[in-house]
Every structure is written in C-alpha cells, then in structure tokens.
Write a protein that binds this ligand. Structure first.
Ligand code: ADP
Length: 229
C-alpha cells in the first residue's frame, strides 16, 4: 500500500546539508497498523509528510497504492491526498466557525462539488461521525463546544469522509489526557480492523503499542523495527 525505496530527504541550511531522512526503505502492507517512534528531530514528521504526499523526497521513490508519486505535479498530488489519505493531527485542525457535521462535509464538498446532493452529503457526514463514535446530538456543535476527545473524533470522521484506504495520524493523542487518548487509539484500531491502513507518529510507547509494528527512527534512519503480532 505504501513503499519508500532508498528515500533521502535533505534540507539546505546555508552551507550545511541536513539529512532529515537517509536512504530509507520501508514497505507497509494494506491493512497494516504501523507506529513510527523516535526522538525529536529523528525524521518522523518528514517521513509522514512524504507518505502523505505533502512533500517529495530529494532522492528515491515513493509509491502510494502502487502509484509512483515522484513525478506527479501538484494537482495530481492533491488528488492522491484527497482520494487515498485521511489526515489526523495533534491539534485536530477543525474549522472553528463550522459545526462538527460541516467540518466532516468539507472534504466531500471539495471532492464532489455539486455532483453530490446536500442530503446525500449530510447523510455521508453523519455516517462518518457514527464510525468515529461521536453521538449524533453533537453533530451541530462547533469545536469549542466539544471536548478534546470529541474534537478528535470529528477530525477522524473528517479523515474518513472520502473513504481513503490510508489514515495518517501525527501525534493523535498529544493534546489529550491518557484515558481519552487510549479511547482514540482504540477507535483507530477498530478502523484498522475494518480494513484501513494506519500510520501513527508518536512519542508515546503506550500509543505506539496499538500498532502491529513499531518503526524506530534515529538521525533520519530506521534504527530498528519491532513486530507486535
Ligand atoms: P521529528 O518529526 O522526528 O521531530 P523532523 O522530520 O521534523 O523530525 O526533522 C528531521 C530533521 O530535519 C531535523 O534535523 C530538522 O531540523 C530538519 N528539518 C525538518 N524540516 C526542515 C525544514 N523545512 N528546513 C530545514 N530543516 C528541516
């Protein structure tokens, strides 16, 4: 589902070249749940950005769902992101003036414009809120009327809207207390069991343990991998 082949990412800082990723090889199968761990600066965000087609490697090849993304232009990358990947962030990144339901409807508006009726769109958004286990009575609440855990459920529902095969989550529990964080991880696990391929970046070993495999990054390289099942 996801493959990085000899991927290197460098940044130029004046005279210096910083290697954010060094010759990384990684395959993630369809339906796998992978956690990426490592200290600050080890390349976790860079790796997630490259998998998420938000950034391209300096060298090497990246395949998403068997599509080589290196040569795609910005419009094509946008389409891959829209159709193949749902993003979940630490700070939820919901639009504050929109209700929970409207936040989930947004990706559907971008994808379908006027080819999906309002009723259909609302129905799909409600289905996604249900999959994210947010009670329907919160659908018309705005983010500031919801708890952190509820906001993350809305963000997960939004990530599910276009039914992408892959969910990428960057520190999804980082802004939550441990009990709420655990509930969010259980939800991600459930989505994984329903067939989604999931990649989570985290500092927290208790979060990483929800994965089938933990990849440890150090100085831009895969230091070790641990299989949990
Ligand atoms: P992590 O997510 O594990 O903290 P990052 O992927 O953010 O690590 O960063 C890896 C390395 O690349 C760090 O040394 C960081 O300073 C550097 N880096 C990341 N993004 C940039 C950038 N846009 N410009 C310059 N250096 C960067």
């Amino acid at each position: 589902m996801i493959e990085l082949k000899n991927v290197t990412k460098t940044y130029k800082m004046g005279e210096e070249t910083i290697y954010a990723l060094k010759n990384v090889n990684l395959k993630i199968k369809k339906g796998e749940f992978v956690s990426i761990m490592g200290p600050s600066g080890s390349g976790k965000s860079t790796m997630l950005n490259i998998i998420g087609c938000l950034d391209k490697p300096t060298e090497g090849e990246v395949y998403i769902d068997n599509i080589l993304i290196n040569k795609l232009d910005d419009d094509e990358l946008t389409k891959i992101r829209r159709d193949k990947i749902g993003f979940v962030f630490q700070q939820f990144n919901l639009i504050p003036v929109l209700t929970a339901l409207e936040n989930v409807e947004l990706p559907l508006i971008f994808k379908y414009r006027n080819s999906m009726s309002k009723e259909e769109r609302k129905k799909r958004a409600l289905e996604c809120l249900k999959m994210a286990e947010l009670d329907e009575r919160f659908a018309n609440h705005r983010p500031n009327q919801l708890s952190g855990g509820q906001q993350q459920r809305v963000a997960i529902a939004r990530a599910l809207a276009n039914n992408p095969p892959i969910i990428l989550a960057d520190e999804p529990t980082g802004a939550l207390d441990s009990k709420t964080g655990e509930k969010i991880m259980k939800l991600l696990k459930k989505l994984n069991e329903s067939g989604k391929t999931i990649v989570v970046v985290t500092h927290d070993i208790n979060v990483a343990k929800f994965g089938d495999r933990i990849i440890y990054l150090k100085d831009g390289e895969i230091e070790k991998e641990e299989y949990l099942k």
